[in-house]
Design a protein around this ligand. Structure first.
Ligand code: ZN
Length: 336
């Protein structure tokens, strides 16, 4: 099956009321782990790559690994998505690689960086301008576009914002109408990276119905939605790691957000923690091993176990053959 447009996966999820994980990938083991989980659960899936992932993998390697996932799983709807595209150029590169969806993060200005490595927020008008530019390029090619309104805390790759602003529901209708985005990332108090919260967070879930009400056909996206499981942090620290105490987003709050109208759930950190923890434990317990296939297999198993659990918790399981998958060619008709 060729990759499907992300809009189809999210529209179908919205109709049926479940969530779909968008999992960040950088290498073969992550992709295999995720595909094993999705395949066993008959679940649609969004594989996403950040600009950092494309740089790490020299782009073409990651592209072919993602294609291998589709070839190996011809019955699953899979979308491949650029996470946090900083500008039109990067979105164009991803589309040229065959991505079926791109995010243009117009909420912050990646071309400006302060002394702390943070990027300033863009004005509402500026965000609309850069986002619309990408939509005008992507839609005639059938490619889905995600925009962002509001800014998150924390850091993951290059996403550090100089200030945090929750999404203002009063801006949503105009943003969606002016840009034509298919999906909208909202800021309701989640945060990027492993160091999200000192104590259990209380997300601004009450904003979701207000935003959903104004978002028209756009589906909603939650970034920074890893749960930072304490058992994974403990394993890393037990075997030589040194992570600070931190909390992520409890899965119950994500499930509540899905009920209130969020469809795409971005998860990166939890996979990193599972991979690192399992690798550290295996190497510590088997100091004579130098065959990387042995410890990478353990890392891969860690990601598989954690991510299969996510797919079940988000309700994605069993939905892969609810619908006939479409191609980018089909999707062009939506935007005529
Ligand atoms: Zn993000």
């Amino acid at each position: 099956m060729p990759f499907v447009p992300m809009k189809q996966i999210l529209d179908e999820a919205r109709k049926a009321g479940y969530g779909v994980g968008a999992y960040n990938v950088n290498n073969m083991e992550q992709i295999q782990a995720l595909m094993q989980g999705a395949s066993e659960l008959n679940a649609p899936i969004i594989l996403q790559a950040s600009r950092g992932a494309l740089q790490y993998s020299n782009m073409v390697y990651l592209k072919h690994l993602m294609q291998a996932a589709a070839e190996d799983n011809p019955d699953l709807p899979i979308a491949i998505h650029l996470d946090h595209g900083p500008d039109l150029e990067t979105c164009k590169e991803a589309i040229a690689l065959g991505f079926t969806s791109v995010m243009i993060d117009g909420s912050i200005d990646y071309s400006q960086t302060d002394a702390n490595g943070a990027h300033p927020a863009r004005s509402f008008e500026d965000n609309i301008r850069v986002t619309r530019e990408v939509v005008e390029y992507a839609h005639p090619l059938g490619v889905s576009v995600e925009g962002e309104l509001g800014t998150l805390g924390g850091i993951e790759d290059d996403t550090k914002a100089a200030s945090i602003h929750l999404t203002d529901p009063d801006e949503v209708e105009e943003f969606v109408a002016q840009t034509g985005v298919d999906a909208l990332a909202i800021a309701i108090g989640t945060s990027h990276g492993a160091y999200k919260f000192k104590e259990e967070p209380k997300l601004a879930l009450e904003l979701i119905p207000k935003i959903r009400d104004k978002a028209g056909d756009a589906t909603l996206v939650m970034h920074g939605s890893s749960s930072v499981p304490q058992d994974l942090v403990a394993i890393i620290n037990q075997y030589g790691g040194n992570l600070q105490k931190s909390m992520g987003v409890p899965i119950e709050q994500i499930q509540e957000a899905i009920k209130l109208g969020v469809q795409k759930i971005n998860i990166d950190t939890d996979g990193r923690l599972a991979f690192t923890g399992n690798n550290r434990k295996y190497l510590a317990e088997n100091p004579e091993v130098f065959d990387q296939r042995k410890y990478l297999s353990e890392g891969r198993r860690g990601i598989y176990e954690v991510m299969k659990g996510k797919m079940l918790a988000l309700g994605t399981d069993g939905h892969a053959d609810d619908y006939e998958p479409l191609t980018l060619e089909d999707a062009k008709a939506w935007y005529k």
